[in-house]
Write a protein that binds this ligand. Structure first.
Ligand code: F6R
Length: 263
């Protein structure tokens, strides 16, 4: 089965914004572009990736699986750190991110599970600060994050850094915003089953990554995309902090970019 990464030729680059923005005719073009960059890193040697869950990265993971099956990519020298996980959720919980990553990527490629990390805190009596520190230390011990893939929440969150999260925040236990819990309600079988807290990389942890590739697809993201690019950087919309990063790129489909065209 062939897999050929295609250069992002079909994308329009917007120059008037505060960071490079690529608008793709279809989200598949954006998926392929980011997947191709990851494949390039995997081929180059030891690589540390930071990965999100959710609807946004599904196409990238599908492309990475295609690349692996076509023998164009191997995860043998990769280490992965997930951005976040709900609090108190066991690795095999059907709505947890560990199982989701297994289904969407890990089970289909040659990644050593000992090198696939998620922030974790299963029991209320665990030392939260120690668990958070251990995650930060593991990232540092791996040599830092080479490329971090990011989705954006409708409220501007990155990872589970909800509005109010400081630019200097590190991995920690966070309270989930009502809209974030509402978005997870279907997976948990009702909002009453969605944890109220999660453990997430902090904003500073994210900004420490050497490359950040942000993706947003669909009309429901157009408002937050506009805020991310235009609002003054502030805790009110944590994705605005990405604008200070030296190697960040934003990939949009036309629907998510609609709010930019209007300006
Ligand atoms: C998930 C995560 C979140 C999502 C964001 C967008 O691990 O870190 O920040 O990236 O909520 O979610 P989707 O992609 O489902 O729109």
């Amino acid at each position: 089965m062939g897999w050929r990464a295609q250069a992002p030729l079909d994308m329009k680059k917007l120059f008037h914004t505060s960071l490079p923005v690529f608008v793709a005719d279809t989200r598949e073009v954006a998926d392929l572009s980011v997947a191709a960059e990851i494949v390039g890193l995997l081929a180059a040697g030891e690589t540390v990736l930071a990965l999100p869950t959710g609807r946004t990265p599904v196409g990238i993971y599908r492309e990475l699986i295609h690349a692996y099956r076509a023998r164009k990519a191997s995860f043998a020298r990769a280490t992965t750190f997930n951005l976040d996980e709900f609090l108190g959720v066991a690795p095999d919980h059907p709505a947890g991110f560990a199982r989701w990553m297994e289904e969407q990527l890990f089970a289909h490629v040659d990644l050593d599970r000992a090198r696939a990390r998620l922030p974790r805190l299963e029991n209320a009596d665990e030392d939260r600060a120690a668990a958070a520190r251990a995650y930060e230390a593991a990232i540092e011990a791996a040599g830092g994050i080479d490329l971090l893939v990011l989705g954006i929440g409708r409220n501007g969150h990155i990872g589970f850094n909800e509005p109010g999260s400081a630019r200097t925040s590190r991995t920690r236990v966070v309270d989930l915003a009502p809209e974030t819990r509402a978005d997870a309600a279907a997976a948990f079988g009702g909002i009453e089953h969605v944890p109220t807290q999660a453990i997430s990389m902090g904003v500073a942890t994210i900004l420490d990554a050497r490359r950040i590739r942000v993706l947003a697809f669909g009309a429901h993201k157009s408002d937050v995309v506009r805020r991310m690019l235009i609002d003054p950087p502030s805790e009110d919309c944590p994705s605005t902090f990405l604008r200070g990063h030296p190697d960040v790129k934003l990939f949009l489909d036309r629907e998510a970019a609609a709010g930019l065209d209007a300006r």
